[in-house]
Design a protein around this ligand. Structure first.
Ligand SMILES: [Zn+2]
Length: 103
């Protein structure tokens, strides 16, 4: 049994749209993916929260503040930052960066 807690970070948002193409804007897709993941973790009874739940502009420091405010700065907090790459290769790729914030 572990005590992992999840912070989902929907990349970009607000005035920062991120990458766009084919009618898709990164900030919207990262939010949709994050909400989907949020529901899944909830169903599994894993503690989970999100850095943003709306189309909101967040500075890098605001993002970090929200991550740290969620469950503190602990090794059992897993941060998943969702981004959609736009360049290189064919089709789409989804990158999930998992970072454990350490003191
Ligand atoms: Zn991005």
């Amino acid at each position: 049994m572990n005590n992992y807690k999840i912070v989902l970070d929907a990349g970009h948002g607000g005035t920062d749209g991120g990458a766009s193409g084919n009618g898709i804007v990164e900030k919207d897709l990262t939010l949709a993916i994050s909400k989907y993941m949020y529901d899944l973790f909830n169903e599994l009874d894993v503690p989970v929260t999100m850095t943003r739940t709306t189309d909101e502009t967040l500075s890098p420091s605001q993002r970090v503040e929200r991550i740290l405010a969620a469950y503190g700065n602990s090794p059992d907090v897993i941060v998943i930052s969702n981004h959609i790459n736009a360049g290189g290769g064919e089709g789409q790729s989804v990158t999930n960066k998992c970072i454990t914030i350490k003191a």
